[in-house]
Every structure is written in C-alpha cells, then in structure tokens.
Write a protein that binds this ligand. Structure first.
Ligand SMILES: [Zn+2]
Length: 381
C-alpha cells in the first residue's frame, strides 16, 4: 500500500470492518466525487487489492456491483513472545491467521540465542509470500515498550533484553516495517476490535508469568506518554509487607500474584513446578493448597484492579491467562474484591469477564494491529 495515493488509502479504509461495499457507499463514506472514487477503485482493481462481484438486481433493475478486499493481496507477519513460548504466524487482510507455529522457549535465555531463531522462523514463514505483499511485522513482548524507539525498556521478566531494538533487528533482516507492542496491549486491542467494538472504555488484565494490563480509553488503545501505561503488576500494596519484586521495588502485586512469584513460592514449599502452566495443571487437579494460594494471589490482583477501576471507570474488565482458564476462582475472587473496594458509581455498569477468544487472542490482536499500522490509514492504534 506504500505506493497508494491518499484517496486510494481512504477508499481502502472504508473496508475496515465492512466486507462488501458498492461504489455509491464508498462515495458516501469518503465524501469524494464520483470521478475520484471511480479512478481510485479502478487503480485498486488493476492491482487486485480489491475485487468486484456482481450483486443482486437493484430496484432500478440494474445490477449494483459489490466490491470487497482481496484478502490475499497483503499479509502481516507476527512474532509473539511470552515468557515461555514464541509464536510465529502470518495473517491475511481479513486478519485471519493462516499459518502459525509455537515453540517453547525461556525468555531468560536472552536475545543472542532467541532473536536469530525467531528471525529465521519468520523469514521461513514469509518465503511463500511475494515480497510486494509483505506489509510488515508486529512483534509482541511481555515487557514495557518504548514505541518511539522500538525497544523494550527495563523489562522485569525479560532479563538480558533491556534496550534490544526489535524494530531495527526485524526490519534489517526482512526489509519491511516492524512494530513492537506490549503483549497486554495486543490482547486488549484484540478483545476491543473483535469482541467489544462498541465499548469505549475497557481494561484487559493478563495474569501470566508477569501481570500486565492494556487499556482502551475513548475507543483507543492508551499507551501513555512513554508507552508504559497499564503496568498494573507493579502497583504496590502495603499488605505485601516488603516482598521483593523483579522490577527492583518491593510490595508489587507481581511479587506475590504473578506466575514467577507463585512458581518460586511453590518450589520452596516442596512442589516441583517450572512455570505458570504447571501451576494451572495443579489447579485443574484440584490441589487445595495451590487453589488457596491462587485465591490469595487473585485477591491482590483484585485490589489493583479495584484501584484501576476507580481511576479509569471502564465498563468492561477482561481477565485472561493460564490460571484464569484453569480455575473459576481467579475471576470470582477478582470480582468479589473489585465490587467490595471500588466506588459505587465506578462499578454501576461494570462487567468483569474472561476472554471470548481463548488461545488465539494474541495472534488475532497482532493481526488487527498490524493491519491498522501497515494497511489501513494509520488510526494511531
Ligand atoms: Zn515490581
């Protein structure tokens, strides 16, 4: 789309969330003249970015042809890191995930080992796509992201990755634009775009190895002035009585309630757990000691969410993560604490729910964000 004119880009943008349009509808949506719309559409048809099909007969008896995006005219690459895995995928213009593979990693093995492997994997997956159709790459990471620099900055659960310039690494290797985004922001973006497009203010909380959140405020992803907005895992609670956190501070919600903190605690108690997935498995088996600990952890998360609800007044809070899927206790406890602690007006229209999208949430969110960044007009999302 780099070679497209401004009016062509505006025509393409009309298809955001609309599978089919007629020329008249495009004219109405853009406010362009009939000639401008006609020329723009012809150019997009010639390049097969949009396709034309004959529609049903209209009242006048003449058939109005329908236009739709050619979903195979552009593709977004996705590289999504969690603390314990990396998923590589491509998505078409409809945001459908066409090809994905997930490998186990430990993010703490650092960039020297993990980054070249991920670059090789995304190169491989892009091989079948002609260069002109490669729109860009979205990289998701479980840490604070400076969007202007394309780097992670002091990431507590990504030791050794501080200052790594993902944008430069991937762009240099593949020759297409790269956009780096925090994982919770991608998840919030997915839930907002695909499940709750009409919700103006919502909060998504990811409870995993770390704890983070993504915010949609006034319909837009809110990143804050330097990209660190939503760092809910490092809100501090007196009740945690000086527990050290990986960020260097004490009393953070993460220092008790995160996957890494629970893993450390359980190993001290004599369990043998590697990560959050192991704890989720024990929850499913109904281990009462673990369930008690996860409930206590959830109450601290509830404290932080209650403060966020008071501050932001969202109408929807979505809680996601392995532990949320493993036991209803997480959601139930967070709800109980939030309704106890947050103000009456803040909770009046509030719903606290799990995810509708399940395991594909991260890739779907990355695809949607990539399309906004690299294909549609930049909507600043
Ligand atoms: Zn912390």
């Amino acid at each position: 789309m780099n070679s497209a004119t401004r009016s062509e880009r505006e025509i393409v943008h009309c298809f955001r969330g609309r599978p089919q349009l007629t020329r008249a509808e495009i004219q109405e949506l853009t406010g362009f003249s009939r000639v401008t719309v006609s020329q723009g559409i012809q150019s997009l048809l010639n390049r097969r970015i949009i396709l034309e099909t004959d529609g049903a007969a209209s009242h006048g008896g003449r058939k109005a042809s329908h236009l739709s995006l050619n979903e195979n005219s552009g593709f977004v690459g996705i590289v999504y890191f969690s603390a314990t895995s990396v998923s590589i995928a491509i998505a078409n213009l409809k945001g459908e995930i066409l090809n994905s593979q997930t490998s186990k990693i430990s993010i703490e093995d650092g960039p020297t080992k993990i980054l070249p492997e991920s670059i090789a994997q995304i190169k491989e997956i892009f091989k079948s796509i002609p260069k002109a159709k490669r729109l860009g790459i979205v990289v998701g990471v479980p840490g604070p992201v400076s969007h202007t620099l394309g780097k992670v900055v002091s990431p507590p659960i990504m030791r050794g990755w501080d200052g790594i310039n993902f944008q430069k690494e991937f762009t240099d290797a593949l020759g297409i634009p790269t956009y780096l985004e925090n994982d919770a922001n991608l998840l919030a973006f997915a839930e907002h775009h695909l499940v709750y497009p009409d919700i103006e203010n919502m909060l998504l909380v990811k409870v995993a190895t770390g704890i983070g959140s993504g915010m949609i405020l006034n319909g837009q992803l809110h990143r804050g002035s330097s990209g660190s907005a939503g760092d809910i895992g490092h809100m501090q609670l007196d009740a945690l009585k000086g527990l050290p956190c990986r960020c260097g501070h004490t009393d953070c919600v993460e220092s008790f309630a995160s996957g890494w903190a629970l893993t450390e605690k359980l190993n001290v108690l004599g369990y043998k757990v590697k990560d959050t997935s192991d704890i989720a498995d024990l929850c499913r088996k109904g281990d009462t000691k673990i369930l008690r600990l996860v409930t206590e952890a959830s109450s601290y998360i509830g404290h932080a969410v209650a403060d966020a609800v008071n501050l932001l007044n969202p109408s929807k809070v979505v809680i996601v993560g392995r532990l949320v899927e493993a036991t209803d206790l997480v959601l139930a406890t967070v709800k109980e604490v939030v309704y106890q602690r947050a103000g009456a007006l803040a909770t009046k229209n509030l719903e606290i729910v799990g995810s509708e999208l399940g395991d594909d949430l991260a890739l779907l969110g990355s695809a949607q964000l990539g399309l906004d960044r690299f294909f549609y007009l930049d909507t600043r999302n």
